[in-house]
Write a protein that binds this ligand. Structure first.
Ligand code: VGL
Ligand code: ZN
Length: 193
């Protein structure tokens, strides 16, 4: 794959959001072409690993009864139910030697779309001296956008991997992109859609 080198620098981190089977074609909440970003992300991850940039992988991990599910009046079909196959990372996703996993969506009373939402990640990144985060994964208009906005709210610089994310809907993706750049996130590469 012909891919530009990501200009990582010291005090960067990479966050790979929810690249799980249930969000890929064939899964319970399949995002259109959710899996085609994986080779691009793998390249970023391998480069990060080589350069000793920490790599965080989040996973959505819901109890069998969860407020985000349609059965409970929520917006989504049941997905990423704890300990089911659908919660697994896509088998093609490269897992770095320095991987750190962040589990979210476990609360019984509310959803957690952002990887920062009540996970302690802000505290952890601060302690690790991280100043800037590169973010990709699924879905651009749900968990990725909320993670990017929370990163900015946590006083981190945030860069969206524009070629390493896909939205649930085209329209949702467009408004997510606008929201992210209006809030101060960089969309990388700058000229990507
Ligand atoms: C997500 C819908 C429901 C996501 C999680 O990871 O973007 N989307 N739960
Ligand atoms: Zn979910």
């Amino acid at each position: 794959m012909n891919q530009e080198k990501i200009p990582f620098k010291k005090n960067d981190a990479l966050i790979i959001v929810d690249v799980q089977k249930d969000f890929c074609p064939g899964g319970a909440l399949a995002i259109p072409e959710g899996d085609i970003i994986i080779p691009y992300l793998n390249n970023c991850i391998q480069q990060a690993e080589t350069e000793q940039i920490p790599v965080y992988y989040s996973r959505d991990f819901h109890p069998v009864v969860h407020p985000s599910f349609e059965s409970q009046g929520g917006p989504w079909p049941a997905h990423c139910v704890q300990d089911t196959d659908g919660t697994k990372f896509h088998p093609d996703l490269y897992i770095a030697d320095n991987a750190v996993f962040v589990t979210k969506g476990v609360r019984f009373d509310q959803d957690q779309n952002s990887v920062f939402d009540q996970t302690g990640l802000k505290y952890h990144l601060e302690s690790a001296g991280v100043q800037r985060v590169w973010i990709g994964g699924l879905a651009m208009d749900v968990c990725v956008v909320d993670t990017v906005l929370d990163a900015l709210a946590s006083n981190l610089q945030a860069i969206l991997l524009g070629e390493g994310t896909k939205p649930v809907t085209e329209q949702g993706g467009q408004s997510a992109l606008e929201k992210m750049s209006n809030s101060g996130a960089v969309i990388y590469p700058t000229d990507s859609k």
